[in-house]
Design a protein around this ligand. Structure first.
Ligand code: FES
Length: 621
């Protein structure tokens, strides 16, 4: 420890770190493994990284802050704005952390592909040279493993010694047509690969035997880039502003992948040196950062990616702890913010093979939308995510312990809270449920205004009417009363939350409407709406439709397809055909930049209004 360093202790975990004076509590927390929420990317505007300094609180910064004067006085600070000056003890409330186990999706549609992995091993036995067989070492090997095989300089150099030392036999490791390794003896049973779904917030990896296609394990982690901002735009901004940020972000994602690989290998009794292939699906920013490619151009009009075709890199070159010859495959990208995870999802959903037009919607931090008709596809992305992830929602939080994840508005309100603890806030699914429930009860009007207790319909049950509380000239709807909440305050649906939800849902719906129009379709033409992604799989379809986020079509046509990006990553790991298919899908998809579509603003304005119609309840309550 440097004598100048200061000790910061985080409670309730009790973890301590020593940092240099001037280090922000956000960074100190990350060093201690205490990951805090940072929806605004550390700009001090969202208020989600709040912590309480219980010993050594420095004076609060003079800059405007989402914290009230009373909170500041009680020791509350924004971790992103508060810098260490002396020894501190910091209490981190559950709602500020990012650590609680997330509802990470590891299931999928189970779509099957042909088993034909790109990385494979081949046992060979060569005849030693003889007077009547003067073939070169290289020709001898190529005759055994394939004439069109490409061999790099290092392996060519090692070849003469290796063949002679091991009696002209061994195992060749191939990645497509490239020879990536030569091993002594028969190692054909030891060939593994890993498929990664790199989300903005979580990373999921699956280990497979590439000898027989067997799944050996699944592991996941929170994306350690989160302290750089919850969404990709914050991370792109950091790369644009700070020279070293790209290298740091790349190191973090590589570390996460290595950590997952280590866990998977350990649990399966596999050596990381026997991992020869890695596939990764992520949005354009995540994929480019993993590959060390500058995503800065994604931060300004016209939002250009570094590559559009699928890429294969030597994994070791990027810092992955696999076999030194292993390759990393990343998906093709469509355009702007329609990246490799969307292509992976399209591969998994076999989007070009449906008899009727299909709408694919992946609602994560961003919303990606694809409309497929007769094998041709249109794709777009919308900035939808932050509200669904709890950001910009007054008492919003991620789907972690203490989050209300379900709201049923009947004669009174019934809630479901993650983790069986007192509620601390509400996550995106609950937000949609609450708005839909209030609409059905006539408490929320078509413009998104929460009616006052006096204005509410005459037949409204008294218990619901009592939840309408007037405040600052508007009305909030109380979901949990102070005495039952973890925070000691009411948890409410606020007018501004409804507005944020309208913006997020409206952006998705406007995107859907525009793509349908471009494809010459109406919602009634759709054979299916496929909901993918971490968030899409937890929403109640009837409620998403009630608030107008999804088109008005019967529930049996709205289907959950699980973590489609993860499944796509697995398919390309297990089959070279799937890689060709992914490239084909990309080539048959046209990117639509919604921000430049002339009709987008009017579609958006219209989509902000709640629809009158309501269908069946999909049996979801
Ligand atoms: S206020 Fe600190 S991260 Fe947003």
């Amino acid at each position: 420890m440097d004598s100048e360093e200061i000790r910061i202790t985080f409670q309730p975990s009790g973890r301590s770190v020593y940092v240099l004076p001037g280090t922000s509590l956000l960074e100190a927390g990350a060093l201690a493994g205490v990951i805090l929420q940072t929806p605004c990317g550390g700009r001090g505007t969202c208020g989600k990284c709040r912590v309480k300094i219980v010993r050594g609180a420095p004076p609060p910064p003079a800059a405007p802050s989402p914290l009230s004067a009373r909170e500041k006085e009680a020791g509350w600070r924004l971790a992103c704005q508060c810098r260490a000056g002396r020894e501190l003890v910091v209490e981190v409330p559950a709602e500020s952390t990012f650590e609680s186990p997330h509802q990470i999706l590891v299931s999928d549609t189970g779509a099957k592909g042909r088993f034909d992995p790109t990385a494979r091993k081949m046992r060979f036995r060569l005849n030693p040279p003889a007077q009547d067989d003067e073939r070169s070492d290289l020709a001898r090997l190529c005759d055994a493993v394939g004439r069109d095989v490409e061999i790099g300089y290092d392996l060519k150099r090692a070849l003469p010694g290796l063949l002679r030392a091991h009696n002209w036999s061994g195992t060749a490791v191939l990645s497509g047509r490239e020879l990536i390794g030569l091993e002594a003896g028969d190692t054909t049973a030891r060939v593994f690969g890993a498929a990664f779904d790199m989300g903005t917030t979580t990373v999921v990896g699956t280990l497979f035997s590439l000898a027989d296609g067997r799944e050996c394990g699944v592991a996941s982690r929170v994306n350690p880039q989160v302290p750089f901002g919850d969404d990709v735009l914050s991370r792109i901004r950091r790369v644009r502003e700070e020279h070293s940020a790209l290298a740091q972000l790349q190191e973090l994602i590589v570390e996460a992948i290595n950590g997952i690989l280590e866990t998977l290998c350990e649990e399966a009794g596999v050596s990381p040196a026997d991992v020869y292939d890695v596939s990764a699906a992520g949005n354009s920013t995540m994929q480019q950062i993993l590959c060390g490619l500058d995503p800065s151009a994604l931060g300004e009009v016209p939002f250009v990616q570094v590559f559009d075709r699928a890429q294969a890199f030597p994994a070791a070159r990027l810092g992955l702890k696999t076999n030194p010859g292993a390759r990393l495959y990343v998906f093709p990208q469509i355009g702007g913010f329609v990246g490799g995870d969307t292509v992976a999802g399209m591969v998994a959903a076999r989007l070009d093979r449906w008899d009727r037009p299909v709408l694919f919607v992946d609602i994560g931090t961003n919303g990606e939308i694809v409309v497929a008709r007769d094998g041709e596809m249109l794709a777009a992305s919308t900035a939808a995510g932050p509200a669904f992830e709890g950001a910009r929602i007054r008492q919003g939080m991620r789907a972690a312990a203490g989050a209300i994840e379900k709201v049923i508005v009947g004669d009174d309100v019934v809630l479901n809270v993650i983790g069986n603890v007192k509620p601390a806030g509400l996550c995106g699914t609950a937000l949609i449920d609450a708005a839909a429930g209030l609409l059905r009860r006539g408490i929320l009007d078509a413009t998104g205004r929460i009616l006052s207790a006096e204005e509410a319909p005459a037949g409204l049950p008294a218990a619901l009417r009592a939840r309408l509380v007037a405040e600052d000239g508007a009305t909030r709807f109380v979901l949990v009363r102070a005495e039952h909440s973890a925070t000691g305050q009411d948890i409410s649906l606020w007018p501004r939350d409804v507005r944020e939800l309208q913006l997020a849902a409206g952006a998705i719906r406007a995107g859907i409407n525009l793509l349908l129009k471009r494809a010459g379709l109406t919602p009634g033409d759709l054979g299916a709406v496929l909901l993918a992604g971490a968030f899409g799989n937890f929403i109640r379809r009837s409620n998403a439709r009630r608030i107008g986020m999804l088109p008005q079509i019967p529930c049996d046509r709205i289907r959950f397809i699980g973590n489609a990006a993860s499944l796509g990553a697995k398919l390309v790991l297990l089959s070279a055909d799937e890689r060709r298919y992914a490239s084909e899908m990309r080539d048959r998809t046209r990117h639509v930049d919604l921000s430049r579509e002339p009709g987008f603003q009017s579609e958006f304005a219209e989509a902000m209004l709640y629809p009158e119609a309501d269908f069946d309840h999909c049996g979801e309550e």
